[in-house]
Each structure stands twice: as C-alpha cells, then as structure tokens.
Design a protein around this ligand. Structure first.
Ligand code: ADP
Length: 389
C-alpha cells in the first residue's frame, strides 16, 4: 500500500501531475499534452527519471482532463500497487482579493472561484475542471487549492493598483501577479541555503513559456511584472507582455478586431513567436539564423533588464538576482545576455560557472543564482499541511 499526495495542474489542453509520498518524497511526475486531440500524448517518469510504460490507449483515453487523469492513474497504480491518494493539491491561477494562502476546496468555494473566471478566462475554468475530475476520481479525499496570485497579496497599494477611477479597484481590477507558487519555492530555497540573501532584496526571474519577475524583500513579494492578467510585463513564448493600452484601442477602432481576435493575438500569436515568425521555443530561436529570431531574443533580454531596474527601484536596491523556469534554468546564453551591461547595478557573470549551470554564477557584488523551481512540491506541501492539521 502506498499512501500518496497527488498534485494537479490542469490547463486548457494539458494536465501536469505529481505524485508524492507521505514524507513528500517524489514518487512520479507526469504530463499529458494536447488533451482532446488525436495527437494527445502522456509521459510519466518515476523518481529515478525512468519513463513508466504507457498503456495502449484509444483517443478517448485523453478526450478530457478527467479521462486523462483516469488514464494517468492507471499508470501510477501499475507502478505503485495498492496506491491510495490521501489528498489532492491543485494549482489554481486566481484566488482573487481574498486568498493569500492555500485553502481546502468546498462546493461554496468552488462557486466563489468560478466567479473569478472572467479575471482569468483562459486558465481558471480549466483549473476548476481539474478539481471536478479529482472530486469524481477520489470521493471523500480533501482537495486543496494553491493560488498563483496568493504569494503577491501583500503588495503595497502602489504595486496593487492602476490609475483608474477607484471603483475599478474595488471591483477587483488590481495587479494580482502570478507564478506565485514558483516564487514561494524560490523564497523557501533561499531561506534554507542563503538566509542572509533571503532577508535582503532579491529579484527572481521566472523565465519559461510564461515569464515574469518578482521583487522579494525578506522573502515577501513586494512587486511583480505581471499585473491584472498573465499578459503583462515580460514578452513570453506567445504573449505580448507589457503593451500600451492605446494599441488595443487602435486594434478595435481602426482594425475592427473583436475581443476574441484580440485575445488570440495577445495570448497566442505574439511574444517570441509573433516577433520572430519562427517559433515560441527559445531553443529553436537560439539555433536560428533568422534575424527576426535574433531581434526577438534582443527584445526578451532587454525587457528583462528593464524590469530588473524597475524592481530594484521598488526594492530600494538589489542583493541577488535568481534565474528559474525552463529558459532561466537551462539557457546560459540568455542568462549572460540579461546580465550584459548590468555592471552599474553590481551584476556580472562568471562565464565558466554560468556555462556549467552552477547555483552561484555571479562575479559582481550582487549574487546571481540559478535555482531550479518546483511548483509541484509547493502544492504537495500545502496539501500535506492540511492532512497534518
Ligand atoms: P512552462 O511555462 O510551460 O512550464 P518551461 O518552464 O518548461 O515552460 O519553459 C519552456 C521554455 O524553456 C521554452 O521556451 C524552451 O525552449 C526553454 N528551454 C528549455 N531548455 C532550454 C535550453 N536548454 N536552452 C534554451 N531554452 C530552453
């Protein structure tokens, strides 16, 4: 018998799963991509990094997130006979104004969170569909919601508001910030490994397909590059990042674009993909000799430097810069490009350490670090805390 905590990150066409033992040891990690399509694919690895054998499946096995969850569970059960899931932790993008910590999900809370869907229409409904799938699959087992926004809820007012009439702030039109589970993990890692830095002023750059930056003081989020939505701040794989709102007025009034068309443009066709016309994938861009790919990388790294300056101002200085996320953890080129010309703020990179992806890669008075993030373990810890309470 294996008692386990399951973590779920349920997206529009993907499902990420983590399976942890009662002492939070990793048992397996998996993901299902392109759910609902013929080409849906699942991959599950055990703690040793071994790919678990996949069953022969019909397309129906991945028709919905619920079906994908059932199919993944069969693989887990084959590897861990007598598997008993005792709690499920969920990544939920939006906790609104109220939630600054994980919560146990109830029917009433599900209704409340569903009302936040207009704030995150591309994520919240899919996250909640994942919760429904887990409730069906594990009757009676506690489900814990962990919010991407929660870590940022204590921002000072100036980092929480827009200069709109006050009534919009009251309605919830605020700067929420996202990627909170990742920043929470990095803050915890710093507290354990470098307590003096943790107590200081740290900027974390989470650079993945989605990308954002966060200013931490004493391990608390003070400001974030993402705002009301996960569109703001840095350019991303397919998202614009910061955009003059006048552009939206132009698109509507002069080009006659609908809100649906604009949503597609801003979320799916812009960013590295839109700028380069080549790919949303940083590895492909780094290898491309297309000048537009080089320009997209220039823009990406420039905006990171610009945001770094802004966050250092919000923090009143800078003691450390931490890179994480798929790009931040794996691309020595991007890290070097971001740090280029930043000596004025105390940042320099040791090329050999950077190339070796060492934890400390700085050569100036500001520490520069690479810390692989782990959002799943943050969710699993929250679920365990509810079990232990
Ligand atoms: P997600 O936000 O979907 O979790 P990830 O954090 O996995 O995304 O980051 C995906 C990004 O990381 C992609 O742009 C990918 O190209 C990039 N990436 C992964 N490995 C490397 C690498 N070795 N060099 C450059 N970019 C990389």
């Amino acid at each position: 018998m294996t008692r386990a905590i399951l973590t779920l990150n349920s997206g529009s066409s993907s499902l990420k799963l983590g399976l942890f033992g009662e002492d939070l040891e990793t048992l397996a990690m998996g993901h299902v991509d392109r759910i609902g399509r013929r080409e849906a694919a699942m991959k599950i690895r055990d703690a040793a990094g071994r790919d678990l054998p996949m069953p022969e499946t019909a397309p129906a096995a991945f028709a919905t997130n619920g079906a994908a969850l059932k199919t993944a569970l069969e693989v887990f059960e084959a590897d861990f006979p007598g598997l008993e899931v005792v709690a499920v932790g969920h990544r939920v993008v939006h906790g609104g104004v109220k939630h600054a910590a994980p919560v146990r999900l109830t029917e009433a809370l599900m209704k409340e969170l569903a009302q936040l869907a207009p704030f995150a229409p591309l994520h919240q409904p899919h996250n909640l569909a994942g919760v429904r799938a887990a409730v069906d699959a594990f009757p009676g087992v506690p489900n814990i919601a962990c919010f991407d926004t929660a870590f940022h809820r204590n921002h000072p007012f100036v980092n929480d508001t827009f200069a709109l009439p006050r009534s919009y702030y009251e309605k919830g039109v605020r700067r929420y910030g996202f990627h909170g589970l990742s920043y929470d993990y990095i803050a915890g890692e710093l507290a354990a490994s470098d307590p003096a830095l943790h107590a200081g002023r740290v900027v974390v750059a989470h650079l993945g397909s989605g990308a954002s930056m966060c200013g931490l003081r004493g391990g608390q989020s003070i400001a974030s590059s993402m705002g009301f939505s996960a569109l703001d701040g840095l350019p991303m794989g397919t998202r614009t990042g910061q955009l003059d709102p006048g552009v939206l007025l132009y698109l509507m009034d002069q080009e006659g674009m609908s809100s649906h068309d604009i949503t597609e443009l801003l979320y799916k066709k812009s960013g590295l993909l839109g700028m380069s016309g080549v790919s949303n994938d940083m590895r492909t861009l780094e290898q491309s000799d297309n000048p537009h790919a080089a320009e997209a990388i220039d823009y990406f790294t420039f905006r990171i430097r610009r945001e770094l300056g802004a966050l250092a101002a919000a923090l009143g200085g800078l003691d450390a810069l931490v890179f994480c996320g798929g790009i931040g953890e794996n691309s020595a080129t991007i890290r070097a490009r971001v740090c280029e010309g930043m000596e004025w703020i105390g940042i320099a990179v040791d090329d050999a350490k950077n190339a070796a992806h060492a934890r400390h890669i700085g050569a100036g008075k500001v520490e520069v670090m690479v810390i692989p993030t782990n959002e799943e373990i943050v969710i699993a810890r929250a679920a365990k805390a509810f079990l232990d309470a």
